[in-house]
Ligand binder design. Structure first.
Ligand code: K1U
Ligand code: ZN
Length: 174
């Protein structure tokens, strides 16, 4: 297992669409495990492969409550096969946009088809935080960030703040 570096926005690598994996190979299974380890260490409740510089359609999530056992999900080539008309709003965060949050509206419930770590096609019905998290991570596979769902004014404010932080960190380490 290995901890991977998480790419921080703004970064052009976070804006690229990811490629389907087709089948879950031992390499993809290893990537899933490394992504889970990275997500737990961050800590976060989800992570998408493009956030660690891998342009493949792989996401991991674990939305178990703090007092419950871990419930890791490894999803390759996820597809939303049904979504509720009813929408829900959640204040989202992102490990690639540290300390930034915004309310995003999405379908409240989704049915997702994916390949699990054993290359078996599975379907799950998700609602609540799990539904939010899966949709947020699937956005990453299209090069979409949660700030792309809010006004251009707020998005640019957040991205400029992160750009400034990156510049001052680079100067600090020089
Ligand atoms: O960067 C990511 O894509 C992961 C992101 C997932 C997410 C969280 C909340 C709403 C939508 C998507 C995070 O995990 S941000 C960190 C976070 O929310 C969290 C961290 C520790 C405990 C609980 C939540
Ligand atoms: Zn994110």
């Amino acid at each position: 297992m290995a901890l991977l570096d998480i790419i921080i926005a703004p970064d052009p690598r976070l804006k690229l669409p990811a490629k389907p994996v087709g089948h879950v190979t031992p390499e993809i299974r290893q990537l899933m495990d490394d992504m889970l380890e990275t997500m737990y260490a961050a800590p976060g409740v989800g992570l998408a492969a493009p956030q660690v510089g891998k342009l493949v359609r792989v996401i991991v999530v674990d939305c178990a409550k703090k007092d419950q056992p871990r419930q890791p999900l490894r999803l390759a080539d996820p597809e939303i096969v049904a979504a509720s008309e009813e929408l829900a709003t959640y204040e989202e965060g992102c490990l690639s946009l540290p300390d930034q949050f915004a309310e995003v509206e999405r379908p409240k419930r989704v049915r997702v088809r994916y390949r699990d770590e054993n290359d078996k096609v599975q379907e799950i019905d998700a609602e609540g935080l799990l539904a939010v998290c899966i949709q947020h991570e699937m956005d990453h596979l299209e090069g979409t960030l949660f700030v792309d769902h809010i006004s251009a004014l707020r998005r640019n404010m957040i991205l400029r703040k992160l750009q400034k932080q990156k510049k001052s960190k680079t100067l600090e380490s020089a």
